[in-house]
Design a protein around this ligand. Structure first.
Ligand code: MN
Length: 202
């Protein structure tokens, strides 16, 4: 059963001015599509061929570079599109907000910590908010297309919010101003989806 590129849950121009249309077209239509095709190619004959993407990442042979890069790229971008919404921004609610406040004291302080992790990830990678069984939250970042489901990467736990800090995610609109892109991300976070994943994986 081959993986397919998921449709965006909004139009390419829906996240303007925070993420520009051209970036969305290339990022989803070319980059994510490329990871999807190469993931399918790299699974041919592999024992994980018919597993879910989560199972593939959890049981990954980290020396299998093609599967690591493209399986990660596939999963990470699926989560990224779901992490965003033109009606996003604002604050999380419920148990997730309680968990954030208990660790970081305030949402503002959580935002600063997440932003700092995203800004200081050198080169290409991702910043993550993860949840552990029981509901404890943890921030981490990872290089390239790695993510915390993979053996030995980041905090472990289940990633419920991910920010792509590869230059392909922001360079057309923000050039080298990654901190501006990170601020814009907070204006369009789909907290409803993050809350849902928190409940599912805590
Ligand atoms: Mn990307």
């Amino acid at each position: 059963m081959a993986f397919t590129l998921p449709s965006l849950p909004y139009s390419n121009d829906a996240l303007e001015p925070h993420i520009d249309t051209k970036t969305m077209e290339i990022h989803h239509g070319k980059h994510h599509n490329g990871y999807t095709t190469k993931l399918n190619d790299s699974l041919v004959g592999n024992e994980l061929e018919n597993k879910s993407i989560e199972e593939i990442l959890k049981n990954l042979d980290m020396n299998n570079t093609a599967l690591r890069n493209n399986g990660g790229g596939y999963f990470n971008h699926c989560l990224f599109w779901e992490s965003l919404s033109p009606k996003g921004g604002g604050l999380p609610t419920g148990r997730l907000l309680d968990a954030i406040n208990s660790v970081y004291k305030s949402f503002e302080s959580f935002k600063n910590a997440f932003s700092n992790i995203a800004a200081t990830r050198f080169g290409s990678g991702w910043a993550w908010l993860c949840v552990h069984p029981g509901g404890e939250i943890e921030l981490c970042s990872s290089a390239n297309q790695d993510n915390p489901l993979m053996p030995g990467i980041g905090s472990g736990g289940y990633p419920i919010l991910g920010l792509d800090v590869w230059e392909h995610a922001y360079y057309l609109n923000y050039q080298n101003r990654r901190p501006d892109y990170i601020n814009a991300f907070f204006e369009i976070i789909n907290w409803e989806n993050v809350n849902k994943l928190y409940e599912l994986h805590s």
